[in-house]
Design a protein around this ligand. Structure first.
Ligand code: PLP
Length: 406
């Protein structure tokens, strides 16, 4: 049973008011709110268990290291990875993808080599590849969406040429909620010897993910969308790919020995984690992932499917609202514009006055905005604590927008 009242009670911020109205938080795609267990883990981490990790032989350093390293196993379990040494901690997906760009792709890709991307990627899965285009002459090949606004795995595979060195694809669009069948891409790409990086920032929040089953070479997640602290995250990297990677950031922890003329590196995953990490942030992410596993990701996904269906029916009932994206296989993320002149920012300002928090803008997905023929949208993105009553609150606030701007 999915006890939504109890779950909402786990998130202290949800009981506050905004502009004199109960908060309706529908900006989960940008960042999610934190349950008390995460807040407690962070507080305890600083109040009772804090010291630097991997360094000292004193009690607190050992305790902090134990707590911090335990998160590697929790993250592996959350992602369905058998080997926790394939989990590299990052500050979020952006760092995870940049790690792959600098440490794996940059040393091996040459001018004319190709990276396949979809137009639905977040800038975090575009700009690190643009760096390689600018600096090394790598060619970016773009896969368009189908007429249903989906990414067809076959279209991705059809774009492969002998020059293709990597496919970098989102698992779920942060703008449309469209879910991509990344397993079919990975299966097809493997036959052609092409590695695949999956941006799991959104999918990992809303559905069970098993990276071993998907089989991607790289799978990146970000803690703050997973109800954990900002500055936390991880990337699952297959051991065989880790062996091909040179270090990214240099400094403490990632080395074995440093001399005047020589340096040797730690074994992965430590080889890719330089300097003092986000100790308490990662411990908080561990608490968040345990919380989600405690609820059950299947149950979370079922709850969000119900919300999606309800929201879709209600939003489609507003004939002056342009809901973007035709895909039916999607998560509970809705982007829309209002017929007439109202800008997305104006709509979000009016919604905010009603206590409804949504995002407005290009959502760090400008190639997708181009595809949709808009410069900005409003986005309502739902999470595991949202309710059908909150969908109603959104619709009521949108009706007010319509009255004001029509
Ligand atoms: N990829 C997608 C699909 C996202 O939605 C986001 C965050 O908005 C990112 C990547 C970047 O994540 P972060 O900013 O946490 O590194």
């Amino acid at each position: 049973m999915y006890d939504i009242d109890k779950i909402r009670g786990d998130f202290p911020i949800l009981s506050r008011e905004v502009n004199g109205k109960p908060l309706v938080y529908l900006d989960n795609g940008a960042s999610a709110q934190k349950p008390q267990v995460v807040i407690d883990a962070v507080t305890r981490g600083y109040a009772e268990e804090y010291a630097n990790v991997h360094r000292g032989l004193h009690f607190l350093s050992n305790l902090a290291t134990e707590k911090y390293e335990a998160v590697r196993g929790i993250t592996a379990r959350f992602l369905g990875a058998k080997d926790e040494d394939e989990i590299v901690f990052t500050s979020g997906t952006t760092e995870g993808i940049n790690l792959v760009s600098y440490a794996w792709a940059a040393p091996r890709l040459e001018a004319g080599d190709e990276i396949i991307l979809s137009v639905a990627e977040h800038h975090a899965n575009i700009v690190p590849w643009h760096f390689l285009r600018e600096r090394q002459g790598v060619v970016l090949k773009w896969v368009d969406l189908t007429s249903e606004d989906e990414i067809d795995p076959q279209a991705v595979l059809d774009a492969i040429t002998p020059k293709t060195k990597l496919i970098a694809l989102t698992h779920m669009s942060n703008v449309l909620g469209t879910v991509v069948d990344v397993k079919s891409v990975v299966d097809g790409a493997r036959e052609k010897g092409v590695p695949v990086l999956v941006d799991g920032s959104q999918a990992s929040v809303h559905m069970p993910v098993n990276v071993d089953e998907i089989g991607a070479d790289f799978y990146a997640i970000t803690g703050h969308k997973l109800y954990g602290p900002s500055g936390s995250g991880a990337i699952h990297i297959k051991k065989s790919r880790m062996a091909e990677m040179r270090p990214f950031l240099g400094g403490g922890d990632m080395i074995r020995d440093v001399g005047r003329d020589v340096v040797t590196y730690n074994d992965p995953p430590m080889k890719f984690e330089a300097g003092t990490p986000g100790i308490v942030q990662q411990i908080g992410m561990g608490a968040a992932l345990e919380y989600m596993m405690g609820l059950g990701m299947e149950k979370v996904a079922a709850h969000e499917r119900r919300l999606r269906d309800y929201a879709r029916d209600r939003l489609n009932g507003l004939n002056w609202l342009n809901v973007q994206g035709k895909s039916s296989g999607k998560g509970a993320i809705f982007s829309f514009t209002l017929e007439g002149a109202a800008h997305a920012h104006d709509i979000s300002t009016v919604l905010d006055k009603k206590g409804v928090a949504v995002r407005a803008g290009h959502h760090c997905a400008q190639p997708l905005m181009d595809h949709l023929g808009v410069t900005a949208t409003c986005r309502a993105s739902f999470g595991l604590y949202n309710t059908e009553a909150e969908v109603d609150a959104l619709v009521d606030a949108l009706e007010l927008c319509h009255e004001l701007f029509a």
